[in-house]
Design a protein around this ligand. Structure first.
Ligand SMILES: [Zn+2]
Length: 262
């Protein structure tokens, strides 16, 4: 993910990880903090929980971008990572641009997040706190636990017997939720999300002339649908605005293509 890099700012944090330069724009902390605060109980999220939410988002998005960056380096590039208000970006101006490498690079981000979620599930199991999954209207198995913790995602339920520390429960919940949601959202065929990049490459391989227009049309339609889901089903202003903006920018690009190229 997403759009273009923000200009350098005085509040930027710089560091290197595995040799990749990383820049964190101050808007990253602000937007992540606001999202964590909004998702909390009435009266806002307690400061400790908010801090661990920000830390888990930071690590998760960094891992997602590292997934892209490792593959970009594998394809001959010198990538750098930016975390900003709308997530992260792994940029590379000297990578192999062939469709095959671009598709693999795009998929590597979501895959890295799913692997991280899988590692959390594995560690919990090894530590004697297995995480259970259930599909349906209610999590029936959770009724057998004395103090279940977890969450529902559409009809998928994820739960475990509560850990002794409520902070640890929060961290596990945030880590699973963010990595699964972020990976799934990024796989939607909306440009410039990872799934949208994959769709663009696949469509242009199939139809060299119409491919980009076709992928932009699908991109705009799915983005409108997601903005509606965000506004109505999830009641999330952030989701509605983000997908509304993506729908608009895809529509604009589509118009430009139509006017200039055919
Ligand atoms: Zn990505």
């Amino acid at each position: 993910m997403l759009l273009s890099e923000p200009p350098p700012s005085q509040g930027d944090l710089h560091f290197r990880i595995f040799g990749f330069p990383v820049r964190v724009h101050p808007m990253f902390w602000l937007v992540t903090g606001i999202m964590g605060f909004q998702s909390g109980e009435e009266g806002g999220t307690p400061p400790g929980e908010l801090l661990s939410w920000v830390a888990v988002v930071f690590v998760s998005i960094l891992i997602h971008e590292l997934g892209h960056a490792v593959l970009q380096r594998r394809y001959g590039g010198h990538p750098w990572i930016t975390l900003y208000g709308l997530g992260g970006l792994a940029s590379c101006d000297d990578c192999d641009r062939s469709p095959r490498s671009q598709i693999i690079i795009s998929l590597a981000g979501p895959v890295a997040g799913f692997v991280l979620a899988g590692a959390v599930v594995l560690l919990m199991g090894l530590g004697g706190h297995p995480i259970a999954f259930e599909w349906g209207a209610h999590a029936q198995g959770a009724l057998t636990l004395t103090d279940p913790k977890g969450f529902g995602l559409f009809r998928l339920w994820v739960y475990w017997e509560s850990l002794a520390s409520s902070w640890a429960n929060e961290v596990v919940l945030d880590a699973l939720w963010i990595n699964v949601m972020w990976g799934a959202i990024n796989l939607l065929p909306i440009y410039p999300l990872d799934g949208g990049r994959v769709a663009r490459e696949v469509f242009t391989l199939q139809h060299p002339r119409r491919g980009i227009v076709l992928s932009l049309q699908i991109s705009a339609i799915v983005a409108v649908a997601m903005a509606l889901v965000g506004a109505v089903a999830w009641q999330s202003l952030f989701t509605a605005l983000m997908f509304g903006y993506l729908a608009y920018s895809n529509y604009q690009t589509l118009q430009a293509y139509r006017e200039n190229r055919w």
